[in-house]
Design a protein around this ligand. Sequence first.
Ligand SMILES: Cc1cc2nc3c(=O)[nH]c(=O)nc-3n(C[C@H](O)[C@H](O)[C@H](O)COP(=O)(O)OP(=O)(O)OC[C@H]3O[C@@H](n4cnc5c(N)ncnc54)[C@H](O)[C@@H]3O)c2cc1C
Length: 371
Amino acid sequence: MEAMNFNFLCDEPPPPSGASVGIVGAGPSGLAAAGYLSCLGHAVEVYDKMPKPGGLMLFGIPGHRIPRERIEAGTLRLARRYGVVFHTHTKICCSAPLFEEEGDHFCNEVKGLGDMVKKHDAIMIATGSWRSRRLDIPGEALAGVFSGLEFLFPIRAAHYCAPGVKAPDVAGKRIAVIGAGHSAVDVAHGAVALGAAGVDMLYRRTRTEAPCGSLEIERLEASGVRWHEGCAPTRILGEERVAGIEFRRRDASGVALKSLPADIVVTAIGEVATPPFAKELGLESVRKGEVRWLNMTAIENVFVAGDALTGPSKIGKAIYSGLRAARSLGNWLELKAENRQTEFAGDELISREADRFPGGSFKDAPRVRGL
Ligand SMILES: Cc1cc2nc3c(=O)[nH]c(=O)nc-3n(C[C@H](O)[C@H](O)[C@H](O)COP(=O)(O)OP(=O)(O)OC[C@H]3O[C@@H](n4cnc5c(N)ncnc54)[C@H](O)[C@@H]3O)c2cc1C
């Protein structure tokens, strides 16, 4: 099985540059940045709160879409051949309270961004989107209500690396899944695979408007999932535990209040970006490109990449973002070493990059077939 090659820009590890870079987040954007920066000879340390590097590629997306072995072989190559150090179970904290973001319960060490800034010459934040959106309707706090990531993480973690963690007990139960994006689709497939008695998927628009695409809905229907469109949830029913879901249904004959029985409700309506410090990093300016150095935050040696900057996207986009941010960080470090970091010498740096990685191009970045 072909490894995801994050070091595609160099065939051999280069001599050490003497600079040290800390990367927060080992998803596709952080790993792509680690590959780029280790190919420049920088000493790279990657911090992640989860038990293994891979981010949502490992803990969100089902293994049949991205084989876990490909990700593991790629990260092993980064570590063994290019000396990248992975600090797992380690959270870099944080503007939100600890345990508010998905996956926080896996972390057993917390470090401050201030310590990182002191330890490393530069930092890259690639922490993705790890807080699930809420519906904000009555009944959301009932037992048996999960967010998409709350439902999916234990399935992957139990399977891959945390034997103490149990996959959700859905066998013989009726599951209602709200949403029609990546997470909702994976939750529905996961529920079928775990032996649910029935899976109902509710979406507020039509199948042609569903973010997952109508082909994916046909696949779900073929596996037995019932698709309900034009449905806006109004209340989760039940006393202490979930008993059903009430929703407003719009169709050609008008709007009606309906309900479905359910033992488990999964609200998979998307995630929001979770950089460890949102305000202090001035991400709005970075998004608008109002910065001297591409992807540099309001803190001079701290850069940002991937879904943490853009909000939920796709693996390919996160990898590209990580590479661009790493290039900018690498250029900044190089000019800083010459005490010229206040001038921006874009052309000069890009031509130096061409010398450094002859024949190497972002086009060769790791791909995930079909995604
Ligand atoms: C269920 C699901 C299915 C998806 N399916 C697809 C698909 O089929 N195709 C596709 O292209 N895209 C898919 N996506 C989207 C894709 O996974 C993301 O766009 C991509 O993984 C983002 O990469 P990233 O590196 O920016 O962040 P992530 O992959 O989210 O990685 C971020 C990493 O940062 C770590 N982290 C977060 N906060 C901290 C902190 N404070 N300290 C330390 N570590 C931290 C996390 O543990 C994680 O490992 C899916 C997403 C989900 C949720």
